[in-house]
Write a protein that binds this ligand. Structure first.
Ligand SMILES: [Zn+2]
Length: 358
């Protein structure tokens, strides 16, 4: 006895019908895995047949239990308490086998995804796997994450913008000209305005392309280019799926495998739970530097004489304003950035390499 059938379990007594035959033979059946072994007497001789179990009929009062077998054979067990008990145990086990077999594609895909994921993990580590998962995340899933996160931060950290409609419209127009240069694939970019004395001057990119801009940052800026540069930096985070990558690094292997396997439905809840703590995540320096470079590129591509270094001026003023050692939560423009002189140099070098200022 193997595969969960208890050793010593009695065979199920019943009647066996051979394929295409209405003639019943008294028989005994044992089930191991999804194979049934039937012993029966026919014309005075003992016969034995091993057949795959296709379906186990439900127990309905005193109606005999029907077990459909491979090839059209049938085993019928009379309604007997002892047999029902055995049958229940077998059918519970069989139900699990059938559930799995019914979704064999899912199983196969998950197995392949797990193998691929583990190989990626061993060769390149968690960041690469998070990158793959981030790029395979459907836009519909990240849009859900944005909606959930925005709802949470609106209830806790943010309040409606106090900027005039005209001011917001002008900023949105400039943002859309940057967004036209962006390469976010199927992820749509959207600028939303909020006020937040708690968060202060800041901007955030959510995984689904929502960029939150605070009134406080707008009011601190001296030129439109300063704001544009920050927004272009946030667009850079969206393009490179930085926020999703941070979420996946935090969420762990199981969630990443699920996404890579295309099992996004079941992963949405887990990711939404992670997204709720989005404001506790912060980007790596590598992501910040990449977003800075992308900001320079988008500012130059958008034209209209935009200054790709302007946002560093804004950053300088903000850092002056901050008390030393102040910690800033966040998936934030100002968190975990490289030291500012380094940042300015890197931005300048990149801008020059693209022909700016020459
Ligand atoms: Zn950033």
């Amino acid at each position: 006895m193997t595969n969960g059938t208890r050793a010593g379990a009695p065979p199920i007594e019943g009647r066996y019908f051979e394929p295409g035959s209405a003639r019943a033979f008294p028989a005994r059946m044992t089930i191991s895995g999804h194979l049934a072994t039937i012993s029966f007497d026919r014309d005075g001789a003992s016969h034995s047949s091993v057949r795959e179990v296709l379906a186990v009929g439900a127990r309905l009062g005193s109606v005999p239990r029907r077990i459909e077998l491979e090839g059209g054979a049938l085993f019928e067990a009379p309604a007997d308490a002892r047999i029902d008990a055995a049958g229940d145990r077998e059918s519970r086990m069989l139900a699990r086998v059938f559930d799995l077999e019914a979704s064999w594609r899912t199983v196969a895909i998950l197995v392949v995804a797990t193998v691929v994921s583990v190989v990626l993990l061993l060769l390149y580590g968690v960041p690469t796997l998070a990158n793959v998962a981030a790029r395979m995340t459907p836009a519909s899933v990240s849009a859900l994450m944005d909606a959930g996160t925005l709802k949470t931060v609106d209830q806790t950290l943010l309040s409606p913008s106090q900027l005039s409609v005209e001011r917001r419209q002008a900023l949105a127009d400039r943002f859309s000209r940057l967004a036209m240069q962006a390469e976010t694939g199927s992820v749509p970019l959207a600028l939303v305005f909020r006020s937040s004395p708690i968060v202060g001057a800041n901007a955030f990119a959510l995984p689904g392309g929502t960029v939150i801009l605070t009134d406080e940052l707008v009011l601190m800026a001296r030129t439109p280019d300063e704001i544009d540069g920050v927004l272009a930096h946030e667009i850079g985070h969206v393009e490179a799926r930085h926020t999703l990558q941070m979420l996946y690094r935090a969420a762990g292997l199981a969630v990443m495998v699920g996404v890579i396997a295309g099992d996004s439905g079941q992963m949405v809840d887990t990711l939404l739970a992670q997204a709720a703590s989005l404001q506790q995540l912060s980007y790596s320096r590598e992501f910040e530097a990449a977003a800075d470079r992308r900001s320079v590129e988008l500012m130059l591509a958008a034209g209209e004489g935009r200054d790709p270094l302007a946002f560093v001026d804004l950053l300088d003023r903000l850092l002056e304003q901050l008390s030393p050692g102040a910690s800033h939560q966040g998936d934030s423009f100002f968190s975990t950035h490289p030291g500012n002189p380094d940042r300015r140099n890197a931005v300048l070098t990149h801008a020059r390499s693209l022909g700016w200022g020459s």
